[in-house]
Design a protein around this ligand. Structure first.
Ligand SMILES: O=C(O)[C@H](O)[C@@H](O)[C@H](O)[C@H](O)COP(=O)(O)O
Length: 248
């Protein structure tokens, strides 16, 4: 596994460059394999990347009919809630793609409802959907690119420092209670699912992330800095702005 650390001057350039990199990655994979599986992240930087993809002229070079979109985590809220990562991703990119991206290629984590009353129910349902698209004997598709934002505490997806969800094994998804980042109830991929990705890209901007970035890159434990466990099978990329890279 190779690890790259790329530093861009500011958050806007970081989002644009990450979008360009993602589009190029999709085109490269599509030249020899289909479908392509991409895992999206919530957070301001993650959504800015999606908006930049939507605005890119290269967007229409991608055969979106062969792209599947997944989520690394979700806030456990009712469908359509503005705080859901799915809602923000639809607003930033998915709606703009229209019929080019088949609805059945978009795989959100189930929202809170009478039928899905708990994050555990949503996590179990997602694990089943992931398995349906996975190769025999595996739990999740071989994600081509798995995007992750990172919080100031070093959390990725909804895996927070010293949280029991960090240590869940044998399953692809986990329900998260007591998230220190609101809302408190969430659903997240586990490290096992994250590590199944061919490439993991951690995208972080801002001075408030600098300590966690340095800690993760210096090999902190995942209990201290969950982002230290953000690794892909073939490649791990840290895509940073100068402020977040200040202590690297
Ligand atoms: O659901 C979420 O909140 C995200 O998945 C979370 O992991 C986010 O990516 C980080 O908290 C970074 O968020 P910012 O980019 O807004 O700092």
């Amino acid at each position: 596994m190779t690890r790259d650390v790329v530093v861009h001057p500011d958050p806007a350039v970081l989002a644009e460059a990450t979008a360009a990199r993602l589009l190029t990655a999709l085109l490269d994979v599509q030249s020899h394999r289909s479908p392509v599986h991409v895992v999206l992240t919530g957070g301001t930087v993650g959504i800015k990347v999606l908006a930049a993809v939507a605005a890119s002229p290269v967007r229409d070079a991608v055969d979106w009919s062969g792209v599947h979109l997944w989520w690394g985590d979700e806030r456990f809220l009712p469908d359509g809630d503005g705080d859901r990562n799915e809602t923000q991703a639809r607003d930033a990119l998915i709606s703009a793609l229209g019929d080019a991206l088949p609805a059945q290629n978009v795989h959100p984590m189930a929202a809170q409802s009478d039928e899905v009353p708990t994050p555990e129910a949503s996590a179990s349902a997602y694990a089943r959907t992931l398995a349906e698209h996975a190769a025999p004997g595996t739990q999740v598709p071989a994600f081509d690119v798995l995007l992750l934002g990172m919080g100031p505490d070093g959390h990725i997806a909804s895996l927070f420092p010293d949280h029991e969800a960090l240590h869940v094994t044998g399953v692809a998804t986990v329900a998260v209670h007591g998230s220190p980042k609101p809302p408190p109830l969430r659903v997240s991929l586990t490290y096992e699912a994250i590590h199944a990705a061919r490439e993991v890209w951690v995208v972080a901007a801002g001075a408030e992330k600098a300590d966690a970035v340095a800690s993760a890159l210096r090999g902190a434990t995942v209990a201290q800095t969950p982002a230290a466990g953000a690794t892909g099978r073939d490649r791990t990329r840290w895509l940073l702005d100068a402020a977040a890279a200040a202590h690297v």
